[in-house]
Design a binder for this molecule. Sequence first.
Ligand SMILES: Nc1ncnc2c1ncn2[C@@H]1O[C@H](COP(=O)(O)OP(=O)(O)OP(=O)(O)O)[C@@H](O)[C@H]1O
Ligand SMILES: [Mg+2]
Length: 360
Amino acid sequence: MHIKTLTVDKFRNYEHEFVELCSGTNVFYGNNAQGKTNLLEAVYLFSHGRSHRARSDAELIKFNEGIATLELDFADSNREYNAVMRFSRDGKKQIKINNVPVKKLSMLMSYLNVVIFSPENLEMVKGAPSARRRFIDEALSQLYPNYLVNLINYHKVLAQKNSLLKNLKFSKVATDAVLSVWNEQLAEFGTAVYKYRDEFIEKIGNIAKPIHSDIANEEFELIYQPGIKMTGDKNSFYETLEQNQRREIEAGTSLVGIQRDDFKIYTAGNEAKIFASQGQQRTCVLSLKMAETDFIKSVRDEYPVLLLDDIMSELDINRRGFLWERITDKQVLLTCTDIDDIKNDSKTAFFEIKNGQIIK
Ligand SMILES: Nc1ncnc2c1ncn2[C@@H]1O[C@H](COP(=O)(O)OP(=O)(O)OP(=O)(O)O)[C@@H](O)[C@H]1O
Ligand SMILES: [Mg+2]
């Protein structure tokens, strides 16, 4: 899968820029705060529908402007796509692929696959469980629209359930009855999500093992920590919810479910979050991202586009060499402030980014 052209208009600090990309490594270099990450963000938006860092779409629109427009030409081995995305200040977002409106995010996400790798990803190892769930959700949502549909439905029901638990307005009998209806729905959607996650963590762990051993010569293991005790069928999900009903009413919120899922990362026999050094933690992220890349290839039979945001400077020379070797057969968009460490070969294109302008 690869991107041919990107156009940004009134997007972040860009007025109007067009760039043609090569199918190898595209290096965007320049000083801080010039607009390098903004370009990766623009590409990311086409694969996920929302930004990896903005809290709202309005942030994406250039200051004092009303509408931001992005356009992307990309191709996989079967066909070519033209995608347009438009954000306006009233919160409306329009997406078209080959001129056909895309109404649902779950429909957008399966066209373009990307894997993003940025310094914030360190949170996957040392941060809260939400960062690890995000990693899972990003990977699975772009491969399986059905996963995202179940996840969205689950969270809709969960929000209703939590609002009732927070503010009990019915009699005990009525409350129990309403909760049971919602628990049934949560069991339905939640079990689907659980199955995808369980399988994903096992597979990604197995793919990452040899990668990690190549980079760091250390063992690597992932262990799923579901937020609910269950056997894997929806009856056991439902039963666990029902068993926790009294506790949840007392707590005024949901206590069990896939919204509390997590996974543990072990390297060299110890839990990485607690014992790994900063460098070891970074290596875990590198292994997981490379494993995600191979996983996408195994499902789609296409490599995703890699977005590497300012990570070369964080890796030592061996790890940099390792990464470089693994990305040569993929399309990469890479940002850095200093190009001294970047190999300059026929498969690499350089673009200087200066105050919202792209200079080839
Ligand atoms: N909506 C917006 N309108 C105008 N400018 C914006 C908007 N949002 C962000 N910017 C500006 O875009 C600039 C560049 O941001 P970006 O994150 O792409 O920088 P960068 O080149 O990646 O820098 P660094 O090397 O520090 O990571 C910032 O100075 C920011 O103020
Ligand atoms: Mg940046």
